[in-house]
Structure formats: C-alpha cells, structure tokens
Design a protein around this ligand. Sequence first.
Ligand SMILES: Nc1ncnc2c1ncn2[C@@H]1O[C@H](COP(=O)(O)OP(=O)(O)O)[C@@H](O)[C@H]1O
Ligand SMILES: [Mg+2]
Length: 269
Amino acid sequence: MTPSPGGAAAVRLQNATIGYGDVPIVTGVDLTIGHGEAVAILGSNGSGKTTLARGLLGLAPVLGGEVELLGAPVGRLRERGRVGYVPQRHTVSGAVPATVREVVSVGRLASLGLFRRLGATDRAAVSHAVAAVGLADRMDEPVASLSGGQQRRVLVARALAAQPELLIMDEPTAGVDAASQEALGDVLARVSAAGTTLLVVTHEAGPLTGVLTRAVVVDHGRISYDGPLSGAEPAAGQHDHCGPPEDLVVRGYRLDQPTVSARPAAGGR
Ligand SMILES: Nc1ncnc2c1ncn2[C@@H]1O[C@H](COP(=O)(O)OP(=O)(O)O)[C@@H](O)[C@H]1O
Ligand SMILES: [Mg+2]
C-alpha cells in the first residue's frame, strides 16, 4: 500500500460535531481510518450516517472538533480527485439524455483543470471504470435506459474513474438488484485489494461482508460500536428503539423500517 504524504490517516475525526444550521446531528465523534481500510458505517435510518459522510466531504458543516481527510482539514484538500463520492441517491436523474460514457467521464473532470479536454489517459480510465462495474457493453447507451441497479453502478464507475485514494459511498446497494450487488461487491473487492480506502455507508452490510472488514455503528449521532464487522452486533439494550434484536446481526444487517429520530430536524428537510 502506498504510504500517504506524512503518513496521515485517510480519515480522522476528533470530538467532531456535524450538523445543519446550528443543529448538531453527529456529536463528539472520534474516528480514525487508516489508508487501505475497508469500513462499513452502519446504523438505522436517521442515525446520522449520511450526515457523517457529508461532514467528511465538507457538504455538511463541522460545528465542532476536528475533521481531516487525507491529512487536510475538511474542505481544504486541494486535489479533489483524491476522494470519490457516491451520494445516497438511487439513480441518475436529470432530463439530459447522457450516455454511460458521458456520465462516467464527469468523474475525470475533478482531476482536470478547467477547460482542459479529456485525453487518452482519461478515456482509458473511463473505459476501465465502466468495465470494472460490468457495463462495458452499455458504454454508449443512455443511462436512463438502464435499470436502477445499473445506474447505481454508473455512479460508482464515475467515482472510480477519478482513481480516488479514498472512496466514500452512501448506500450503494440500496434498491439495487442482486446482479448489480454482486458486481459491486466484486469491484469493491478489487479496488480495496489495490489499496483504495473504502468507507461504505449502509444499513445492510450483507452484500459487502466479504469486502468490508471493520464496522462503525452510528446510533443517534454517536458511535456505539467500532470493531470487526463480524462483531458488529450492538451492545445489549442500545438499539431497542430500532427493531428486534434478531434484525441486528451483520449478515443481512437490515434496518429497513424507518425509525423516528428523537432529534428535531430544524428547518424540516
Ligand atoms: N439537510 C438537513 N437539514 C436538517 N436536518 C437534516 C438534514 N439532513 C438530515 N437531517 C436530519 O439528520 C438526522 C440524520 O439524518 P441522516 O444523516 O440522513 O441519517 P442516516 O443517513 O443515518 O439515515 C435526521 O434526524 C434527519 O432528519
Ligand atoms: Mg443516509
């Protein structure tokens, strides 16, 4: 694995509080993720997983403490292409009838200067990323013609095309068909073996149990477990609000039922 400049962790949060406006959602989080780790961020709906991921990316404000990504304070990382992000969204939306190639090419833009055009290296990276998610034969088809699961794979390919050191994915397997889940598991296994740090937000680690090794469980905005994925059964009594205990085993970790958060969501959505 390539040591990073200065050997800094891929992700480091110290007593971090992340929220919206001035409402803290994720509070007092200490978390260090080393380069090359493959980590699942687990927890029930509304526990703060997405907010945590968005805080890392500078998309939700850090209200307190410290957050560092690849050794740089949040929002200060100069090479944006070093971090890939697949947001929590099921499909590619938008009225523009973009092809798979076009959408994935966008992944190269972060590492290009403004007004620079895609070169041979970029085109090769795009082809490689599309092949990695098993969609090489769909390259020039409109994304809108693909299944929801395939569209998720296109978004993963867009992130992979930038060849990021750190890949953050929010619910990549949610609403995804079995074939796409398997394709995703395979590509993440390869990317992880190549040294990329993976941070996968999910409420369902099942499809990725072979890839992800460490679990961080978020509960009401706090980390309630941090350890091997295989041991991520919540401590007794901690999760009684979010479902029967037998739902909480990691294989097939499913907490699909929306749970009402105890937290007031200031300003609505
Ligand atoms: N943009 C926002 N503004 C205010 N509150 C929000 C916003 N997004 C999410 N929240 C609140 O933050 C809490 C955690 O949400 P989220 O991070 O999306 O949880 P998860 O990803 O674990 O389902 C919820 O109570 C939600 O209502
Ligand atoms: Mg979420």
